[in-house]
Ligand binder design. Structure first.
Ligand code: PLP
Length: 436
């Protein structure tokens, strides 16, 4: 591994205690941004990053933040990992673009092989590369219908699958994501997510709405992400697999947020032993470059022929090079083990915090570095998020009333300790306000 970037001073306290954010430069960025960008962007709080290294972000005013967001679970190997940066530079110097849709790119097939080697399913798989998570969800949806000849699909309340029409229709987390965009994609039904019983699918959906023989696929996040980092109880996904098997329905695991090592295994579904028919990935797959993928049992993908699906940019050379380097770093630096170690440490510390503030912290859940902390209301979650931000810790609201932590997999023990301390202070501040 080569050296850290020259701006990064390892002796500078990480993070500095930030007391006055946004600073003047960040305020200027905000003003400029709000005047020109689409107001639809959700925007959580006023961080305006200039650069980052490892698990630390520096904003435009020079404040340092400990990044427990990782750009919404994307910077898996941390910011500017030297191995990833070197791979990106080298690829950019050699070939910026050539479309893998119509031609043959060595780096594209290498990325597909790299992913296929991790597939949590039996037998041969085939891979299709995309530019984003939503685009991978769309592809998986098209493949499900194409390969089965069936038109209905089921997904879950609380789920998030993306913003394009198919992915948005599958999404069941917040009604505002659908508002004003109807009619949505026909043929999509929703069922309650874990811990609710899966009987609803058979007793309600199959009994009253659709014959199971007309259902192509069930889309599921093995751990629900945007919905609040909800971990299904043991046996829940196995039961879902049973329902799929009984009716010839494909099981599609959306691992856009839970995959690429975040839970201490490459794919979260591996914790359950359940094997999906199609698996979707994006976010952490290329450490920040736009890349997504869906892989499927080969016989499914072999049903569609030339021209059925493609993409000009999907699996473009630079993101592929970043993806191959990301996988190399995950393996060489034992990042799955690190995710488990630091995640267990954080979870234990957060459970102590819950004991200290039982009325403010009502649930701590998660696996490895995919951690959700639940508060009594969304307003309290938001106040904790802001109090953490003012202390130099970046976390992000999720679900109705939770805050999520999804730090880079390279998080050190020292950083985990700092993060816990800052989060504890933020919770204490908010709990104090509530009792005052
Ligand atoms: N699927 C899941 C589980 C996600 O969490 C997301 C994004 O948050 C997506 C799909 C959509 O990914 P993208 O924003 O890259 O389109």
């Amino acid at each position: 591994m080569t050296a850290a970037p020259s701006w990064f001073d390892p002796k500078r306290p990480q993070p500095d205690l930030v007391t006055d954010v946004p600073g003047p430069e960040a305020k200027a960025v905000l003003d400029r941004d709000t005047a020109i960008t689409s107001p639809s962007l959700p925007r959580a709080y006023a961080i305006a990053p200039r650069r980052g290294y490892g698990s630390v972000i520096e904003d435009v005013d020079g404040n340092l933040f400990l990044d427990f967001n990782a750009g919404i679970a994307v910077n898996s190997t941390g910011h500017a990992h030297p191995t990833v940066v070197a791979a990106v530079k080298e690829q950019a110097e050699n070939l910026l673009h050539y479309s893998a849709s119509d031609f043959y790119l060595p780096v594209y097939s290498q990325m597909c092989e790299t992913l296929a080697a991790t597939a949590p399913m039996d037998g041969k798989v085939r891979v299709f590369l995309t530019n984003s998570g939503a685009e991978a969800v769309e592809g998986a949806l098209k493949l499900s219908r194409y390969a089965t000849g069936r038109q209905y699909v089921i997904s879950f309340f609380g789920s998030f699958h993306g913003r394009t029409y198919g992915a948005m229709t599958l999404t069941g987390s917040k009604s505002k994501y659908h508002k004003g965009f109807g009619p949505l994609l026909p043929g999509v039904l929703h069922a309650p997510y874990a811990p609710a019983s899966l009987d609803y699918i058979e007793d309600v959906l199959f009994a009253h709405q659709v014959e199971p023989t007309e259902v192509a696929a069930i889309f599921v996040e093995p751990i629900q992400g945007e919905g609040g980092f909800i971990v299904p109880p043991a046996g829940w996904l196995a039961r879902l697999r049973e329902i799929c098997d009984k009716h010839g329905i494909l099981l599609v695991a959306d691992e856009v947020q839970s995959g690429m090592g975040r839970t201490g295994k490459m794919w979260a579904i591996e914790h359950t032993g359940v094997k999906p028919d199609i698996l979707i990935s994006a976010k952490g797959i290329a450490s920040g470059l736009p890349l997504g993928a869906f892989m499927a049992r080969a016989e499914l993908m072999e049903k569609w022929g030339a021209g059925a699906h493609g993409s000009t940019y999907g699996g473009s050379p630079v993101p592929c090079a970043a993806g191959i380097a990301t996988m190399k770093v995950i393996q060489e630096e034992n990042l799955l083990d690190n995710a488990t170690k630091q995640g267990d440490f954080l979870l234990a510390g957060l459970r102590e915090l819950q004991k200290k503030f039982p009325e403010t912290v009502i649930d701590v859940r998660g696996v490895a570095l995919m951690i959700g902390v639940e508060f009594p209301t969304g307003a309290i979650a938001e106040r904790v998020q802001d109090a953490a931000f003012r202390r130099g810790l970046l976390v992000l609201e999720a679900g109705v009333n939770a805050v999520r932590m999804s730090p880079p997999l390279v998080l050190t023990r020292e950083q985990a300790e700092t993060g816990l301390r800052l989060f504890g202070e933020a919770v204490a501040e908010v709990a104090g306000q509530a009792s005052a």
